[in-house]
Design a protein around this ligand. Structure first.
Ligand SMILES: Nc1ncnc2c1ncn2[C@@H]1O[C@H](COP(=O)(O)OP(=O)(O)OP(=O)(O)O)[C@@H](O)[C@H]1O
Length: 575
Protein backbone atom coordinates (compact mmCIF):
# COMPACT_ATOMS: atom_id res chain seq x y z
CA UNK A 1 0.00 0.00 0.00
CA UNK A 2 2.85 2.35 0.91
CA UNK A 3 4.22 1.73 -2.60
CA UNK A 4 1.03 3.12 -4.14
CA UNK A 5 1.32 6.26 -2.05
CA UNK A 6 3.96 7.45 -4.52
CA UNK A 7 0.98 8.53 -6.63
CA UNK A 8 -0.13 10.87 -3.82
CA UNK A 9 2.73 13.25 -4.57
CA UNK A 10 0.55 15.85 -6.33
CA UNK A 11 -1.57 16.05 -3.18
CA UNK A 12 1.23 16.50 -0.64
CA UNK A 13 0.15 20.03 0.36
CA UNK A 14 -3.46 19.05 0.78
CA UNK A 15 -2.34 16.08 2.89
CA UNK A 16 -0.30 18.42 5.07
CA UNK A 17 -3.36 20.65 5.55
CA UNK A 18 -5.50 17.64 6.52
CA UNK A 19 -2.95 16.48 9.07
CA UNK A 20 -2.76 19.96 10.62
CA UNK A 21 -6.58 20.22 10.73
CA UNK A 22 -6.89 16.80 12.37
CA UNK A 23 -4.14 17.71 14.85
CA UNK A 24 -5.98 20.91 15.87
CA UNK A 25 -9.32 19.12 16.07
CA UNK A 26 -7.85 16.44 18.35
CA UNK A 27 -6.33 19.13 20.58
CA UNK A 28 -9.82 20.64 20.92
CA UNK A 29 -11.37 17.27 21.69
CA UNK A 30 -8.75 16.62 24.34
CA UNK A 31 -9.31 20.03 25.91
CA UNK A 32 -13.08 19.65 26.35
CA UNK A 33 -13.06 17.14 29.29
CA UNK A 34 -10.65 19.43 31.21
CA UNK A 35 -13.10 22.29 30.66
CA UNK A 36 -15.92 20.02 31.88
CA UNK A 37 -13.87 19.32 35.00
CA UNK A 38 -13.31 23.06 35.54
CA UNK A 39 -16.96 24.00 35.00
CA UNK A 40 -18.04 21.41 37.60
CA UNK A 41 -15.33 22.10 40.16
CA UNK A 42 -15.14 25.87 39.87
CA UNK A 43 -18.63 26.70 38.68
CA UNK A 44 -21.27 24.15 39.69
CA UNK A 45 -19.72 22.99 42.98
CA UNK A 46 -18.84 26.54 44.02
CA UNK A 47 -22.25 27.85 42.85
CA UNK A 48 -20.43 30.49 40.74
CA UNK A 49 -22.77 31.28 37.85
CA UNK A 50 -20.36 33.75 36.24
CA UNK A 51 -17.63 31.10 36.01
CA UNK A 52 -20.17 28.64 34.56
CA UNK A 53 -20.95 31.21 31.84
CA UNK A 54 -17.29 31.98 31.20
CA UNK A 55 -16.14 28.37 30.92
CA UNK A 56 -19.36 27.45 29.11
CA UNK A 57 -18.59 30.02 26.40
CA UNK A 58 -15.06 28.63 25.98
CA UNK A 59 -16.51 25.11 25.76
CA UNK A 60 -18.95 26.20 23.07
CA UNK A 61 -16.18 27.88 21.13
CA UNK A 62 -13.85 24.86 21.35
CA UNK A 63 -16.65 22.43 20.40
CA UNK A 64 -17.70 24.67 17.49
CA UNK A 65 -14.14 25.03 16.20
CA UNK A 66 -13.55 21.32 16.57
CA UNK A 67 -16.69 20.61 14.51
CA UNK A 68 -15.57 23.02 11.76
CA UNK A 69 -12.08 21.50 11.69
CA UNK A 70 -13.60 18.03 11.50
CA UNK A 71 -15.79 18.98 8.53
CA UNK A 72 -12.86 20.62 6.74
CA UNK A 73 -10.52 17.67 7.30
CA UNK A 74 -13.22 15.21 6.14
CA UNK A 75 -13.76 17.30 3.02
CA UNK A 76 -10.08 17.46 2.12
CA UNK A 77 -9.33 13.84 2.92
CA UNK A 78 -12.28 12.71 0.77
CA UNK A 79 -11.05 14.97 -2.02
CA UNK A 80 -7.51 13.58 -1.83
CA UNK A 81 -8.73 9.98 -1.69
CA UNK A 82 -11.01 10.46 -4.70
CA UNK A 83 -8.18 12.15 -6.62
CA UNK A 84 -5.91 9.28 -5.62
CA UNK A 85 -8.49 6.82 -6.98
CA UNK A 86 -8.67 8.75 -10.26
CA UNK A 87 -4.87 8.70 -10.59
CA UNK A 88 -4.78 4.94 -9.93
CA UNK A 89 -7.57 4.24 -12.42
CA UNK A 90 -5.74 6.29 -15.06
CA UNK A 91 -2.46 4.51 -14.32
CA UNK A 92 -4.08 1.09 -14.65
CA UNK A 93 -5.92 2.10 -17.80
CA UNK A 94 -2.77 3.50 -19.41
CA UNK A 95 -0.80 0.41 -18.50
CA UNK A 96 -3.48 -2.00 -19.69
CA UNK A 97 -3.69 -0.13 -22.97
CA UNK A 98 0.01 -0.72 -23.53
CA UNK A 99 -0.27 -4.44 -22.76
CA UNK A 100 0.29 -6.92 -25.55
CA UNK A 101 -2.08 -9.87 -25.84
CA UNK A 102 0.48 -11.84 -23.79
CA UNK A 103 -0.28 -9.74 -20.67
CA UNK A 104 -4.02 -9.89 -21.34
CA UNK A 105 -3.76 -13.68 -21.48
CA UNK A 106 -1.79 -13.71 -18.24
CA UNK A 107 -4.09 -11.48 -16.18
CA UNK A 108 -7.51 -12.20 -17.66
CA UNK A 109 -10.16 -9.55 -18.28
CA UNK A 110 -12.27 -10.21 -15.18
CA UNK A 111 -9.48 -9.51 -12.72
CA UNK A 112 -8.42 -6.38 -14.61
CA UNK A 113 -11.95 -5.04 -14.19
CA UNK A 114 -12.06 -5.91 -10.47
CA UNK A 115 -8.68 -4.32 -9.93
CA UNK A 116 -9.76 -1.11 -11.66
CA UNK A 117 -13.05 -0.84 -9.77
CA UNK A 118 -13.41 -2.79 -6.53
CA UNK A 119 -9.76 -2.81 -5.48
CA UNK A 120 -9.34 0.90 -6.08
CA UNK A 121 -12.48 1.58 -4.01
CA UNK A 122 -10.93 -0.36 -1.11
CA UNK A 123 -7.75 1.66 -1.32
CA UNK A 124 -9.70 4.93 -1.53
CA UNK A 125 -11.77 4.08 1.55
CA UNK A 126 -8.76 3.19 3.63
CA UNK A 127 -6.86 6.26 2.44
CA UNK A 128 -9.62 8.49 3.86
CA UNK A 129 -9.48 6.50 7.09
CA UNK A 130 -5.72 6.74 7.33
CA UNK A 131 -5.73 10.52 6.93
CA UNK A 132 -8.47 10.93 9.50
CA UNK A 133 -7.13 8.48 12.05
CA UNK A 134 -3.38 8.29 11.57
CA UNK A 135 -2.88 11.47 13.61
CA UNK A 136 -5.99 11.60 15.75
CA UNK A 137 -6.05 8.03 17.12
CA UNK A 138 -2.52 7.87 18.60
CA UNK A 139 -2.74 11.50 19.74
CA UNK A 140 -6.06 10.88 21.44
CA UNK A 141 -4.80 7.69 23.06
CA UNK A 142 -1.53 9.13 24.38
CA UNK A 143 -2.94 12.61 25.17
CA UNK A 144 -6.02 11.13 26.83
CA UNK A 145 -3.91 8.79 28.93
CA UNK A 146 -1.57 11.59 30.05
CA UNK A 147 -4.44 13.93 30.92
CA UNK A 148 -6.38 11.17 32.68
CA UNK A 149 -3.24 10.38 34.68
CA UNK A 150 -2.92 14.05 35.61
CA UNK A 151 -6.48 14.01 36.98
CA UNK A 152 -5.96 10.90 39.07
CA UNK A 153 -2.98 8.58 38.98
CA UNK A 154 -4.58 5.75 40.97
CA UNK A 155 -7.64 5.43 38.75
CA UNK A 156 -5.33 5.02 35.73
CA UNK A 157 -4.71 1.45 36.91
CA UNK A 158 -8.38 0.60 36.18
CA UNK A 159 -7.93 2.16 32.77
CA UNK A 160 -4.78 0.10 32.17
CA UNK A 161 -6.66 -3.15 32.82
CA UNK A 162 -9.49 -2.04 30.51
CA UNK A 163 -7.06 -1.19 27.71
CA UNK A 164 -5.39 -4.57 28.06
CA UNK A 165 -8.73 -6.46 27.87
CA UNK A 166 -9.87 -4.34 24.92
CA UNK A 167 -6.56 -4.83 23.09
CA UNK A 168 -6.71 -8.59 23.56
CA UNK A 169 -10.33 -8.83 22.37
CA UNK A 170 -9.58 -6.81 19.26
CA UNK A 171 -6.42 -8.84 18.52
CA UNK A 172 -8.29 -12.16 18.75
CA UNK A 173 -11.08 -10.96 16.45
CA UNK A 174 -8.71 -9.30 14.00
CA UNK A 175 -6.74 -12.53 13.65
CA UNK A 176 -9.89 -14.24 12.47
CA UNK A 177 -11.22 -11.51 10.23
CA UNK A 178 -8.08 -10.34 8.36
CA UNK A 179 -7.51 -13.57 6.39
CA UNK A 180 -11.18 -13.58 5.44
CA UNK A 181 -10.97 -10.05 4.08
CA UNK A 182 -8.06 -11.14 1.92
CA UNK A 183 -10.12 -14.00 0.52
CA UNK A 184 -12.91 -11.67 -0.52
CA UNK A 185 -10.98 -10.10 -3.43
CA UNK A 186 -10.35 -13.42 -5.16
CA UNK A 187 -14.02 -14.28 -4.78
CA UNK A 188 -15.13 -10.97 -6.30
CA UNK A 189 -12.84 -11.79 -9.26
CA UNK A 190 -14.59 -15.11 -9.67
CA UNK A 191 -18.05 -13.51 -9.65
CA UNK A 192 -16.93 -11.05 -12.30
CA UNK A 193 -15.55 -13.87 -14.42
CA UNK A 194 -18.71 -15.97 -14.26
CA UNK A 195 -20.95 -12.96 -14.76
CA UNK A 196 -18.96 -11.82 -17.80
CA UNK A 197 -19.12 -15.27 -19.37
CA UNK A 198 -22.82 -15.50 -18.58
CA UNK A 199 -23.64 -12.14 -20.12
CA UNK A 200 -21.49 -12.47 -23.23
CA UNK A 201 -22.58 -16.05 -23.79
CA UNK A 202 -26.27 -15.54 -23.07
CA UNK A 203 -27.35 -16.67 -26.55
CA UNK A 204 -25.42 -19.93 -26.33
CA UNK A 205 -26.64 -20.55 -22.80
CA UNK A 206 -30.26 -20.16 -23.89
CA UNK A 207 -29.82 -22.09 -27.13
CA UNK A 208 -28.31 -25.03 -25.28
CA UNK A 209 -30.84 -24.69 -22.51
CA UNK A 210 -28.15 -24.54 -19.87
CA UNK A 211 -29.71 -21.62 -18.01
CA UNK A 212 -30.17 -23.70 -14.87
CA UNK A 213 -26.61 -25.01 -14.90
CA UNK A 214 -25.26 -21.51 -15.43
CA UNK A 215 -27.51 -20.15 -12.67
CA UNK A 216 -26.12 -22.81 -10.37
CA UNK A 217 -22.57 -21.86 -11.34
CA UNK A 218 -23.33 -18.23 -10.57
CA UNK A 219 -25.15 -19.10 -7.35
CA UNK A 220 -22.19 -21.18 -6.22
CA UNK A 221 -19.69 -18.34 -6.56
CA UNK A 222 -22.23 -15.84 -5.26
CA UNK A 223 -23.00 -17.95 -2.19
CA UNK A 224 -19.33 -18.53 -1.64
CA UNK A 225 -18.75 -14.76 -1.52
CA UNK A 226 -21.89 -14.20 0.57
CA UNK A 227 -20.83 -16.84 3.10
CA UNK A 228 -17.41 -15.25 3.49
CA UNK A 229 -19.03 -11.85 3.98
CA UNK A 230 -21.50 -13.30 6.48
CA UNK A 231 -18.66 -14.84 8.48
CA UNK A 232 -16.81 -11.53 8.40
CA UNK A 233 -19.91 -9.63 9.50
CA UNK A 234 -20.68 -12.13 12.24
CA UNK A 235 -17.27 -11.50 13.71
CA UNK A 236 -17.65 -7.75 13.24
CA UNK A 237 -21.15 -7.90 14.78
CA UNK A 238 -19.66 -9.67 17.79
CA UNK A 239 -16.90 -7.10 17.97
CA UNK A 240 -19.00 -3.98 18.50
CA UNK A 241 -21.13 -5.22 21.44
CA UNK A 242 -18.01 -6.76 23.05
CA UNK A 243 -16.19 -3.46 22.82
CA UNK A 244 -19.24 -1.55 24.08
CA UNK A 245 -19.51 -3.99 26.99
CA UNK A 246 -15.87 -3.48 27.90
CA UNK A 247 -16.29 0.28 27.62
CA UNK A 248 -19.41 0.29 29.79
CA UNK A 249 -17.82 -1.95 32.43
CA UNK A 250 -14.82 0.37 32.43
CA UNK A 251 -17.03 3.47 32.92
CA UNK A 252 -18.89 1.71 35.69
CA UNK A 253 -15.64 0.69 37.42
CA UNK A 254 -14.22 4.18 37.13
CA UNK A 255 -17.43 5.69 38.54
CA UNK A 256 -17.43 3.09 41.31
CA UNK A 257 -13.81 3.66 42.36
CA UNK A 258 -14.11 7.40 41.67
CA UNK A 259 -17.19 7.66 43.90
CA UNK A 260 -15.25 6.00 46.73
CA UNK A 261 -12.43 8.51 46.22
CA UNK A 262 -14.86 11.45 46.21
CA UNK A 263 -16.40 10.05 49.37
CA UNK A 264 -13.05 10.06 51.19
CA UNK A 265 -12.20 13.44 49.68
CA UNK A 266 -9.22 12.42 47.47
CA UNK A 267 -10.91 13.36 44.21
CA UNK A 268 -13.16 16.14 42.86
CA UNK A 269 -16.44 15.46 41.04
CA UNK A 270 -15.21 17.46 38.05
CA UNK A 271 -12.03 15.39 37.78
CA UNK A 272 -14.03 12.17 37.83
CA UNK A 273 -16.23 13.48 35.05
CA UNK A 274 -13.15 14.46 33.01
CA UNK A 275 -11.51 11.12 33.76
CA UNK A 276 -14.59 9.24 32.46
CA UNK A 277 -14.57 11.31 29.27
CA UNK A 278 -10.85 10.71 28.71
CA UNK A 279 -11.44 7.00 29.22
CA UNK A 280 -14.07 7.04 26.48
CA UNK A 281 -11.78 8.98 24.18
CA UNK A 282 -8.95 6.50 24.75
CA UNK A 283 -11.25 3.55 24.12
CA UNK A 284 -12.64 5.18 20.99
CA UNK A 285 -9.15 5.83 19.67
CA UNK A 286 -8.26 2.20 20.30
CA UNK A 287 -11.36 1.23 18.39
CA UNK A 288 -10.29 3.47 15.51
CA UNK A 289 -6.81 1.98 15.54
CA UNK A 290 -8.20 -1.54 15.56
CA UNK A 291 -10.47 -0.72 12.61
CA UNK A 292 -7.37 0.52 10.82
CA UNK A 293 -5.53 -2.68 11.61
CA UNK A 294 -8.42 -4.66 10.14
CA UNK A 295 -9.03 -2.49 7.09
CA UNK A 296 -5.40 -1.83 6.15
CA UNK A 297 -4.49 -5.49 5.40
CA UNK A 298 -7.57 -5.73 3.20
CA UNK A 299 -6.63 -2.57 1.33
CA UNK A 300 -3.06 -3.79 1.25
CA UNK A 301 -4.14 -6.93 -0.62
CA UNK A 302 -6.03 -4.69 -3.06
CA UNK A 303 -3.04 -2.34 -3.37
CA UNK A 304 -0.71 -5.24 -4.20
CA UNK A 305 -3.08 -6.34 -6.96
CA UNK A 306 -3.26 -2.77 -8.34
CA UNK A 307 0.52 -2.35 -8.21
CA UNK A 308 0.98 -5.69 -9.97
CA UNK A 309 -0.82 -4.27 -13.01
CA UNK A 310 0.93 -0.90 -12.87
CA UNK A 311 4.44 -2.38 -12.67
CA UNK A 312 3.90 -5.08 -15.29
CA UNK A 313 6.03 -4.11 -18.24
CA UNK A 314 4.37 -4.78 -21.59
CA UNK A 315 6.31 -7.43 -23.48
CA UNK A 316 5.78 -5.72 -26.83
CA UNK A 317 7.38 -2.28 -26.71
CA UNK A 318 9.24 0.10 -28.95
CA UNK A 319 12.96 -0.61 -28.97
CA UNK A 320 15.49 2.19 -28.71
CA UNK A 321 16.34 2.15 -32.37
CA UNK A 322 12.81 2.48 -33.70
CA UNK A 323 12.02 4.37 -36.87
CA UNK A 324 9.06 6.69 -36.63
CA UNK A 325 9.02 7.99 -40.17
CA UNK A 326 8.95 5.03 -42.44
CA UNK A 327 7.40 4.94 -45.84
CA UNK A 328 6.78 1.47 -47.12
CA UNK A 329 5.59 -0.22 -50.24
CA UNK A 330 4.16 -3.03 -48.17
CA UNK A 331 6.48 -5.96 -48.79
CA UNK A 332 6.21 -8.29 -45.85
CA UNK A 333 8.57 -11.13 -45.17
CA UNK A 334 8.53 -13.89 -42.56
CA UNK A 335 12.03 -15.26 -42.04
CA UNK A 336 12.14 -18.62 -40.29
CA UNK A 337 9.55 -17.56 -37.69
CA UNK A 338 8.84 -19.82 -34.73
CA UNK A 339 6.31 -18.89 -32.07
CA UNK A 340 4.98 -20.37 -28.86
CA UNK A 341 2.30 -18.88 -26.61
CA UNK A 342 3.35 -17.80 -23.13
CA UNK A 343 3.49 -20.78 -20.78
CA UNK A 344 3.06 -23.29 -23.61
CA UNK A 345 5.82 -25.85 -24.09
CA UNK A 346 5.20 -26.58 -27.75
CA UNK A 347 5.55 -24.13 -30.60
CA UNK A 348 2.37 -23.14 -32.42
CA UNK A 349 4.34 -22.03 -35.48
CA UNK A 350 7.61 -23.52 -36.68
CA UNK A 351 10.06 -22.19 -39.28
CA UNK A 352 7.55 -20.08 -41.18
CA UNK A 353 9.10 -18.30 -44.15
CA UNK A 354 7.25 -16.52 -46.94
CA UNK A 355 7.01 -13.19 -48.68
CA UNK A 356 3.85 -11.15 -49.31
CA UNK A 357 4.25 -8.53 -52.01
CA UNK A 358 2.41 -5.29 -52.84
CA UNK A 359 -0.31 -5.64 -55.42
CA UNK A 360 -0.56 -9.36 -54.67
CA UNK A 361 -2.92 -11.39 -52.55
CA UNK A 362 -1.39 -13.93 -50.19
CA UNK A 363 -3.83 -16.42 -48.73
CA UNK A 364 -3.32 -18.70 -45.74
CA UNK A 365 -5.40 -21.84 -45.51
CA UNK A 366 -5.33 -24.79 -43.15
CA UNK A 367 -7.44 -26.76 -40.74
CA UNK A 368 -8.73 -25.17 -37.53
CA UNK A 369 -6.02 -24.68 -34.95
CA UNK A 370 -3.25 -24.92 -37.55
CA UNK A 371 -1.95 -21.45 -36.57
CA UNK A 372 -3.41 -19.16 -39.26
CA UNK A 373 -4.63 -16.45 -36.88
CA UNK A 374 -1.40 -16.72 -34.91
CA UNK A 375 0.60 -15.88 -38.05
CA UNK A 376 -1.38 -12.73 -38.77
CA UNK A 377 -1.40 -11.68 -35.10
CA UNK A 378 2.39 -11.46 -35.31
CA UNK A 379 2.27 -8.85 -38.09
CA UNK A 380 0.98 -5.89 -35.98
CA UNK A 381 3.05 -7.29 -33.05
CA UNK A 382 0.07 -8.36 -30.93
CA UNK A 383 2.66 -10.91 -29.86
CA UNK A 384 6.40 -10.94 -30.61
CA UNK A 385 7.97 -13.84 -32.46
CA UNK A 386 9.89 -16.36 -30.33
CA UNK A 387 12.51 -16.92 -33.02
CA UNK A 388 13.14 -15.54 -36.49
CA UNK A 389 12.21 -12.16 -37.94
CA UNK A 390 9.36 -10.41 -39.67
CA UNK A 391 10.47 -7.72 -42.10
CA UNK A 392 8.52 -4.87 -43.61
CA UNK A 393 10.26 -3.53 -46.69
CA UNK A 394 13.43 -5.23 -45.44
CA UNK A 395 13.30 -3.65 -41.95
CA UNK A 396 12.65 -5.83 -38.89
CA UNK A 397 9.23 -4.79 -37.55
CA UNK A 398 10.77 -4.52 -34.07
CA UNK A 399 12.77 -1.59 -35.40
CA UNK A 400 9.67 0.28 -36.51
CA UNK A 401 7.71 2.15 -33.85
CA UNK A 402 4.49 0.37 -32.89
CA UNK A 403 2.41 3.38 -33.93
CA UNK A 404 4.03 3.55 -37.38
CA UNK A 405 3.85 -0.20 -37.87
CA UNK A 406 0.19 -0.43 -36.96
CA UNK A 407 -0.56 2.63 -39.05
CA UNK A 408 0.60 0.69 -42.11
CA UNK A 409 -1.76 -2.21 -41.44
CA UNK A 410 -5.51 -2.51 -41.92
CA UNK A 411 -6.46 -5.40 -39.66
CA UNK A 412 -9.81 -7.12 -39.80
CA UNK A 413 -9.88 -9.60 -36.90
CA UNK A 414 -11.52 -13.00 -36.95
CA UNK A 415 -14.17 -11.81 -34.54
CA UNK A 416 -15.48 -8.48 -35.79
CA UNK A 417 -15.73 -5.92 -33.05
CA UNK A 418 -18.02 -2.92 -33.27
CA UNK A 419 -18.34 -0.13 -30.73
CA UNK A 420 -21.44 1.65 -29.53
CA UNK A 421 -22.04 4.65 -31.81
CA UNK A 422 -23.24 5.28 -35.34
CA UNK A 423 -22.28 3.15 -38.35
CA UNK A 424 -20.26 6.11 -39.69
CA UNK A 425 -18.40 6.38 -36.36
CA UNK A 426 -17.55 2.70 -36.53
CA UNK A 427 -16.22 2.91 -40.08
CA UNK A 428 -14.27 6.05 -39.14
CA UNK A 429 -12.76 4.31 -36.12
CA UNK A 430 -9.19 4.41 -37.43
CA UNK A 431 -9.50 7.58 -39.51
CA UNK A 432 -11.69 9.94 -37.55
CA UNK A 433 -11.32 12.92 -39.88
CA UNK A 434 -12.24 11.07 -43.06
CA UNK A 435 -14.90 12.93 -45.09
CA UNK A 436 -18.30 11.31 -45.48
CA UNK A 437 -17.68 10.68 -49.16
CA UNK A 438 -14.73 8.39 -48.31
CA UNK A 439 -16.77 6.61 -45.63
CA UNK A 440 -19.42 5.84 -48.27
CA UNK A 441 -16.72 4.76 -50.71
CA UNK A 442 -15.21 2.34 -48.15
CA UNK A 443 -18.65 0.94 -47.37
CA UNK A 444 -19.18 0.40 -51.11
CA UNK A 445 -15.94 -1.58 -51.44
CA UNK A 446 -17.01 -3.74 -48.49
CA UNK A 447 -20.42 -4.24 -50.14
CA UNK A 448 -21.99 -2.68 -47.05
CA UNK A 449 -23.67 0.31 -48.67
CA UNK A 450 -26.82 -1.49 -49.64
CA UNK A 451 -27.78 -2.74 -46.21
CA UNK A 452 -26.69 0.52 -44.55
CA UNK A 453 -28.91 2.56 -46.87
CA UNK A 454 -31.81 0.22 -46.19
CA UNK A 455 -31.60 1.10 -42.52
CA UNK A 456 -33.85 3.90 -41.35
CA UNK A 457 -31.07 6.29 -40.37
CA UNK A 458 -28.51 5.00 -42.87
CA UNK A 459 -24.95 5.83 -41.80
CA UNK A 460 -26.33 7.38 -38.60
CA UNK A 461 -27.91 4.10 -37.56
CA UNK A 462 -26.91 3.44 -33.95
CA UNK A 463 -24.85 0.33 -33.26
CA UNK A 464 -25.56 -0.93 -29.78
CA UNK A 465 -22.88 -2.15 -27.39
CA UNK A 466 -20.99 -5.10 -28.90
CA UNK A 467 -22.78 -4.62 -32.22
CA UNK A 468 -25.69 -6.81 -31.23
CA UNK A 469 -28.20 -5.07 -33.51
CA UNK A 470 -26.48 -6.04 -36.78
CA UNK A 471 -26.00 -9.49 -38.27
CA UNK A 472 -22.69 -11.37 -38.28
CA UNK A 473 -22.18 -10.74 -42.00
CA UNK A 474 -23.08 -7.06 -41.64
CA UNK A 475 -20.64 -6.76 -38.77
CA UNK A 476 -17.88 -8.30 -40.88
CA UNK A 477 -18.54 -5.92 -43.75
CA UNK A 478 -18.43 -2.89 -41.44
CA UNK A 479 -15.13 -4.17 -40.02
CA UNK A 480 -13.82 -4.53 -43.59
CA UNK A 481 -14.99 -1.00 -44.49
CA UNK A 482 -13.20 0.30 -41.39
CA UNK A 483 -9.90 -1.20 -42.58
CA UNK A 484 -10.39 0.03 -46.14
CA UNK A 485 -11.07 3.62 -45.06
CA UNK A 486 -7.72 3.64 -43.28
CA UNK A 487 -5.94 3.17 -46.64
CA UNK A 488 -2.96 1.28 -45.27
CA UNK A 489 -0.22 -0.41 -47.29
CA UNK A 490 -0.98 -3.88 -45.91
CA UNK A 491 -4.40 -5.44 -45.40
CA UNK A 492 -4.93 -8.44 -43.15
CA UNK A 493 -8.27 -10.21 -43.35
CA UNK A 494 -8.40 -12.91 -40.69
CA UNK A 495 -11.24 -15.16 -41.76
CA UNK A 496 -13.18 -11.98 -42.43
CA UNK A 497 -15.47 -13.39 -45.10
CA UNK A 498 -16.64 -16.44 -43.18
CA UNK A 499 -20.06 -14.99 -42.29
CA UNK A 500 -20.75 -13.87 -45.87
CA UNK A 501 -22.69 -15.95 -48.36
CA UNK A 502 -20.70 -17.14 -51.39
CA UNK A 503 -22.12 -14.44 -53.64
CA UNK A 504 -21.36 -11.56 -51.28
CA UNK A 505 -17.97 -13.11 -50.44
CA UNK A 506 -17.07 -13.10 -54.16
CA UNK A 507 -18.40 -9.56 -54.66
CA UNK A 508 -16.45 -8.17 -51.69
CA UNK A 509 -13.23 -9.86 -52.81
CA UNK A 510 -13.67 -8.59 -56.34
CA UNK A 511 -14.16 -4.99 -55.27
CA UNK A 512 -11.26 -5.26 -52.82
CA UNK A 513 -9.05 -6.55 -55.65
CA UNK A 514 -10.09 -3.65 -57.89
CA UNK A 515 -9.78 -0.99 -55.24
CA UNK A 516 -6.66 -2.19 -53.46
CA UNK A 517 -4.57 -3.07 -56.48
CA UNK A 518 -1.33 -1.61 -55.04
CA UNK A 519 -1.67 -2.96 -51.52
CA UNK A 520 -0.36 -6.14 -49.94
CA UNK A 521 -3.35 -8.27 -49.07
CA UNK A 522 -3.20 -11.21 -46.68
CA UNK A 523 -6.32 -13.31 -46.39
CA UNK A 524 -6.83 -16.09 -43.87
CA UNK A 525 -9.68 -18.37 -44.84
CA UNK A 526 -11.25 -21.76 -44.29
CA UNK A 527 -13.11 -21.80 -47.60
CA UNK A 528 -11.12 -22.71 -50.67
CA UNK A 529 -13.54 -20.65 -52.77
CA UNK A 530 -12.41 -17.51 -50.95
CA UNK A 531 -8.72 -17.92 -51.75
CA UNK A 532 -8.64 -19.92 -54.97
CA UNK A 533 -7.65 -16.98 -57.13
CA UNK A 534 -5.03 -15.59 -54.73
CA UNK A 535 -1.55 -14.93 -56.18
CA UNK A 536 -0.04 -17.27 -53.65
CA UNK A 537 -1.61 -19.67 -51.18
CA UNK A 538 0.20 -20.83 -48.05
CA UNK A 539 -0.98 -24.20 -46.79
CA UNK A 540 -0.54 -24.63 -43.08
CA UNK A 541 -0.78 -27.76 -40.97
CA UNK A 542 0.06 -27.96 -37.29
CA UNK A 543 2.03 -24.75 -37.46
CA UNK A 544 4.20 -25.80 -40.39
CA UNK A 545 4.03 -24.72 -44.02
CA UNK A 546 3.10 -27.65 -46.24
CA UNK A 547 3.17 -25.81 -49.51
CA UNK A 548 3.22 -22.40 -51.16
CA UNK A 549 1.93 -21.69 -54.65
CA UNK A 550 -1.09 -20.85 -56.74
CA UNK A 551 -4.23 -22.96 -56.65
CA UNK A 552 -3.17 -24.96 -59.69
CA UNK A 553 0.42 -25.40 -58.55
CA UNK A 554 -0.67 -26.66 -55.16
CA UNK A 555 -3.23 -29.04 -56.66
CA UNK A 556 -0.30 -30.76 -58.32
CA UNK A 557 2.24 -30.52 -55.55
CA UNK A 558 0.60 -30.38 -52.10
CA UNK A 559 -1.27 -33.35 -50.65
CA UNK A 560 -2.71 -31.38 -47.73
CA UNK A 561 -4.10 -28.74 -50.10
CA UNK A 562 -5.56 -31.40 -52.34
CA UNK A 563 -7.34 -32.93 -49.33
CA UNK A 564 -8.76 -29.57 -48.28
CA UNK A 565 -9.91 -28.84 -51.81
CA UNK A 566 -11.46 -32.22 -52.42
CA UNK A 567 -13.38 -31.98 -49.17
CA UNK A 568 -14.91 -28.67 -50.27
CA UNK A 569 -15.13 -28.54 -54.08
CA UNK A 570 -16.48 -30.80 -56.77
CA UNK A 571 -14.14 -32.07 -59.49
CA UNK A 572 -15.63 -29.44 -61.81
CA UNK A 573 -14.83 -26.60 -59.38
CA UNK A 574 -11.26 -27.80 -58.99
CA UNK A 575 -10.39 -27.28 -62.60
N1 LIG B 1 -3.92 -16.96 -26.55
C1 LIG B 1 -3.55 -18.22 -26.70
N2 LIG B 1 -2.87 -18.86 -25.71
C2 LIG B 1 -2.48 -20.14 -25.87
N3 LIG B 1 -2.71 -20.88 -26.96
C3 LIG B 1 -3.39 -20.32 -27.97
C4 LIG B 1 -3.84 -18.96 -27.89
N4 LIG B 1 -4.49 -18.66 -29.05
C5 LIG B 1 -4.43 -19.78 -29.81
N5 LIG B 1 -3.78 -20.76 -29.17
C6 LIG B 1 -3.48 -22.12 -29.72
O1 LIG B 1 -2.68 -21.97 -30.86
C7 LIG B 1 -3.08 -22.87 -31.87
C8 LIG B 1 -3.34 -22.12 -33.17
O2 LIG B 1 -4.41 -21.23 -32.99
P1 LIG B 1 -4.91 -20.25 -34.14
O3 LIG B 1 -6.01 -19.42 -33.57
O4 LIG B 1 -3.75 -19.56 -34.71
O5 LIG B 1 -5.48 -21.29 -35.19
P2 LIG B 1 -6.28 -21.01 -36.53
O6 LIG B 1 -5.61 -21.81 -37.56
O7 LIG B 1 -6.44 -19.58 -36.77
O8 LIG B 1 -7.66 -21.68 -36.16
P3 LIG B 1 -9.13 -21.25 -36.63
O9 LIG B 1 -9.20 -21.45 -38.11
O10 LIG B 1 -9.99 -22.22 -35.91
O11 LIG B 1 -9.29 -19.86 -36.22
C9 LIG B 1 -4.28 -23.61 -31.36
O12 LIG B 1 -3.86 -24.88 -30.95
C10 LIG B 1 -4.74 -22.80 -30.16
O13 LIG B 1 -5.21 -23.65 -29.15
Amino acid sequence: MIKLFRFLKPYRWQIFVVLVLVFLQTLGDLYLPTLTSDIINEGVMAGDVATIWDIGKIMLLVAGLSAILSIASSYFSAKIAMGFGTVLRNKIFERVESFSLREFDEFGTATLITRTTNDINQVQMVTIMIFRMMVSAPMMAIGGLTLAYSKNANLTGVLGVAILVLGLTIAVLARKVIPLFKLVQGKVDKINLVLREKLTGIRVIRAFDTVERENKRFNDVNNDLTNTYITVNRIMAFMMPSIMLIMNITSLSILWFGAIKINVGTMDLGDLSAFTQYTMQIMMSMLMLSMMFIMVPRAHAAAVRIDEVIVTEPSVVNTEIVQNEFSVTGTLEFQNVTFSYPGAEESVLEHISFQAKPGKTTAIIGSTGSGKSTIVNLIPRFYDVTQGNILMDGVDIKEISLETLRDKIGFVPQKSVLFSGSIADNIRFGSKDAPMQEVIEAAKVAEACEFIENMEEGFDHYISQGGTNVSGGQKQRLAIARAILKKPEIYVFDDSFSALDFKTDAKVRKSIKNKLNDATVIIVAQRVGTIMDADQIIVLEEGKIQGIGTHHELLNSCEVYKEIVSSQLTKEDMK
